[in-house]
Ligand binder design. Structure first.
Ligand SMILES: Cc1cc2nc3c(=O)[nH]c(=O)nc-3n(C[C@H](O)[C@H](O)[C@H](O)COP(=O)(O)OP(=O)(O)OC[C@H]3O[C@@H](n4cnc5c(N)ncnc54)[C@H](O)[C@@H]3O)c2cc1C
Ligand code: SF4
Length: 327
């Protein structure tokens, strides 16, 4: 599958990148590592007039402490750098564990944290070649007006399938979004709309520039569990991140994040209240699994059945909770 024609923009500074975004707006696609964008362009899911390559913008790289005791990670930092960061491994282990499960080592060398956060939602009926989609009939997410997954509906249910966002949600991460007219900082949980199409709140002239991890989330025990078909290289079909803090054996704080079973990565509401003050045993872990499974709303957007994926959210949550107290 060939790439569509496009013009390459290669800024050397953030200001230059934002200038291009201001000038060409909706005709641009941003390229971090390109590990998702390039295959999608080959499938003609995106046919932008311009591709803005961030590689030359050094200001977007790196993992640094912030003055308030937290950490900031540049959007262009690779998943390999995150996976290998001793500091993150020690203080924010759920993030390094989730990053280490993305795709394969080669793709993690190229793939960036910004690209993982901004990853397009996925569906069996969408992530296909143009010929395939034309043959089956286009759908709401691109070029059509019906949904093969929920026929008769008017919504797209494509699943958000990135691995690091559920971990980042558990860590209460915030992201910085920059444009030529200014900078805004929002909680990551407010970035996602919950829609399969139009899945993120990002204007045409905007770029995700940095990710912030608060000091208050440092040193929480963290575990990430993921269902995929090929262990060596595959998107999640269900994923669960858990962070926990205990005091005298009792849970002081706990959060559960899930991915690949809804159009957005989600925090499981009520998880902290359910577990706070408890000593973790099989029944507490099972109750957390039940709660997470109720939050998951998988549909037939990927290779395994929705029932199995929801069940695996229950099982992985239970296992992750038990693993969190065993570490
Ligand atoms: C075979 C295969 C297996 C994969 N398996 C997994 C997996 O297991 N888990 C997983 O999470 N991902 C997986 N991926 C997807 C991808 O490799 C990762 O999500 C990666 O982190 C994407 O980062 P990137 O920098 O390459 O993004 P890109 O491809 O460069 O961009 C992805 C999207 O984000 C946008 N974007 C990128 N950076 C920014 C920014 N700073 N601001 C605004 N928008 C931006 C792009 O315009 C594009 O829409 C897989 C990909 C392949 C090809
Ligand atoms: S969920 Fe429906 S509208 Fe969305 S990509 Fe799949 S088939 Fe298309």
């Amino acid at each position: 599958m060939s790439l569509p024609d496009f013009k390459l923009l290669r800024p050397r500074s953030l200001d230059e990148a934002l200038g291009y975004l201001e000038k060409h707006g909706g005709s641009i696609r941003v390229l971090g590592g390109g590990t998702d964008l390039i295959p999608s362009m080959r499938q003609k899911l995106f046919e932008p007039e311009y591709v803005l390559v961030l590689r030359g913008v050094d200001a977007l790289r790196g993992i640094k402490p912030t003055s308030d005791g937290g950490m900031e990670i540049g959007a262009l930092t690779t998943l390999h750098e995150i996976e290998r960061s001793e500091f993150l491994h020690r203080h924010y282990p759920v993030l390094t564990e989730a990053a280490a499960t993305v795709a394969s080592p080669v793709l993690r060398n190229m793939g960036t944290l910004g690209g993982n956060i901004c990853l397009d939602t996925r569906c069996l009926w969408y992530n296909q070649s143009l010929t395939w989609r034309k043959g089956c009939g286009f759908c709401i997410k691109k070029d059509g007006d019906l949904c093969h997954v929920a026929p008769g509906g008017t919504k797209c249910w494509a699943a958000f399938s990135g691995d690091t966002p559920p971990a980042l949600l558990c860590l209460k991460a915030e992201i910085e979004i920059a444009s030529a007219t200014g900078v805004r900082r929002i909680a990551l949980r407010d970035f996602y709309t919950g829609l399969g199409d139009g899945y993120r709140r990002l204007g045409a002239g905007e770029l995700v520039t940095r990710v912030f991890l608060p000091a208050s989330s440092a040193d929480l025990t963290g575990v990430y569990r993921k269902l995929r078909i090929r262990g060596s290289i595959d998107y999640p079909l269900a994923g669960v991140a858990v962070v926990m803090k205990r005091s005298n054996g009792h849970v002081a704080e706990a959060r559960i994040g899930i991915t690949a079973v809804n159009p957005a990565p989600l925090l499981v509401n009520g998880a902290s209240e359910l577990l706070a003050g408890r000593v973790i045993d099989e029944s507490a872990a099972e109750a957390a699994g039940d709660l997470a499974a109720r939050t998951a709303k998988p549909l037939t957007t990927s290779a395994l059945t929705p029932e199995y994926r929801r069940e695996m959210i229950r099982v992985f949550t239970k296992r992750a909770i038990l693993a969190a107290v065993a570490t």
